[in-house]
Ligand binder design. Structure first.
Ligand code: NAI
Length: 390
């Protein structure tokens, strides 16, 4: 169980690009990073609007001269200081991720970047090479995979408690884009334009969360082929999709069904996962992250609760609040940030043995997310055809 005791020798000197006052995801980063004293927020280029960014940064307690107008000024200013930041989080629209990540890595900074990481696997490979050459860590904020019960599912699958996995059924939907985009805010505008969002809308925006979580729970299963059908119900969003379904064949013979949509009008269910094996099934939703439904064929159904001693060690190790008390998204993000901090700390100490076994969403996870998107687009653009996964 986690209780805030320090896990690394000293806090990492941390800065942010994006995630300003009007940004949707910025506070989730700060909620995660500032929880355990593993990061100290010292600088930022928080906003495209420099004055608003400075005002916001100083309200967060950042010194005025370390609230920069642009990410270029941020890098120049911080690398010129002996006490400059060591790690930077990038919480900006998708099209800026590659450029800002490359610039930060070149300047010798560890990076924590939002998903979808970049537009193409080729960009991911270029970043992976640069990070490796520089000896730097890149973390990806798949913020939902810090939930203790996600790791309970992974541990139960690993122990064979479900038997052979046969069906993977996943859904991340909401209805916030059911209407048209007339008068829509910035966050909708950049998400629905291929130049700023990349090759997908909902597949990259929410579908990648499903895919990464399934990789955490089912690391032994690889995709052999998939079929993706995507559609823009609001025509102005084409060629990007506001709705997609993906059928998957896995290398162990399992079948998958995934639904990502932002036009599921009225739906507030968010994410739902069902992993079906030959003996039993698991079902989990981030709407009730404290509960895991465990159904064994021929037995009464069970609801497992987070923090209970009957859970696997992997789950209890990620627990913060203890059983009976609500554990939620902020706790999940805190775990992701902690695991990335431990990776950066290990790299700084030259502790490669720790890194060999330490689990956190890194460059490989980000790359696999982009690879999955590329395959989905290839299938969809071929008329929802089955494509071999590559
Ligand atoms: P947003 O449009 O709400 O906010 C973007 C923020 O970045 C704003 O503060 C804006 O002023 C700032 N910004 C934009 N360009 C900048 C630049 N060049 N330099 C400095 N600041 C800049 O976007 P939102 O929804 O917060 O998404 C940001 C990223 O986070 C996207 O990649 C998105 O996919 C991802 N995201 C991830 C989530 C998760 O659960 N991991 C949840 C929501 C978004």
């Amino acid at each position: 169980m986690l209780n805030g005791e320090k896990k690394i020798a000293r806090p990492l000197r941390w800065g942010m690009v994006g995630g300003g006052r009007t940004g949707q995801v910025g506070y989730k980063h700060r909620t995660g990073a500032l929880r355990d004293g593993t990061y100290q927020l010292l600088a930022g280029a928080f906003d495209l609007d420099a004055d608003r960014g400075r005002d916001f940064g100083t309200n967060l307690g950042v010194a005025e001269d370390r609230c920069y107008a642009t990410y270029q000024d941020f890098i120049a200013g911080e690398t010129a200081r002996e006490d400059g930041v060591e790690v930077v989080s990038i919480a900006t629209p998708n099209f800026t991720h590659f450029e800002i990540t490359m610039a930060c890595l070149k300047a010798g900074l560890h990076v924590i970047c939002e998903k979808p990481l970049f537009f193409s696997v080729a960009e991911c490979d270029a970043v992976a090479k640069l990070a490796a050459d520089k000896g730097l860590i890149l973390g990806v904020t798949y913020g939902f995979t810090g939930h203790p019960l996600v790791h309970q599912m992974a541990a139960m699958v690993k122990k064979g408690m479900l038997g052979d996995i046969r069906i993977v059924d996943m859904q991340y939907t909401h209805g916030f884009n059911s209407g048209d985009d007339v008068g829509a805010g910035e966050a909708v505008k950049w998400r629905t334009n291929p130049e700023t969002a990349g090759p997908t809308f909902v597949l990259g925006d929410i579908g990648t969360h499903l895919y990464y979580l399934s990789e955490v729970v089912l690391p032994h299963m690889k995709i052999e082929k998939l079929l993706c059908d995507r559609k823009a119900f609001i025509a102005t969003r084409a060629p990007l999709e506001d709705h997609a379904t993906v059928l998957t064949h896995y290398d162990n013979g399992a079948r998958g069904r995934l639904w990502a949509s932002s036009v599921n009008a009225g739906n507030m269910g968010s994410q739902r996962y069902r992993f079906v094996g030959s003996k039993a099934s698991l079902e989990w939703s981030d709407a009730h992250p404290d509960q895991l439904i465990y159904e064994v064929q021929g037995e009464p159904n069970r609801t497992l609760h987070h923090g209970m001693p009957y859970l696997e060690d992997e789950s209890l190790a990620a627990d913060r609040m203890g059983a009976l008390h609500t554990e939620g998204l902020g706790d999940s993000w805190a775990n992701i940030y902690l695991w990335i901090a431990q990776a950066i700390d290990a790299r700084m100490r030259g502790d490669e043995a720790f890194l060999q076994t330490h689990h956190y969403p890194g460059i490989e996870a980000g790359t696999e997310g982009v690879r999955w998107l590329e395959n989905c687009v290839r299938s969809a653009d071929a008329g929802a055809a089955w494509v071999e996964y590559n």
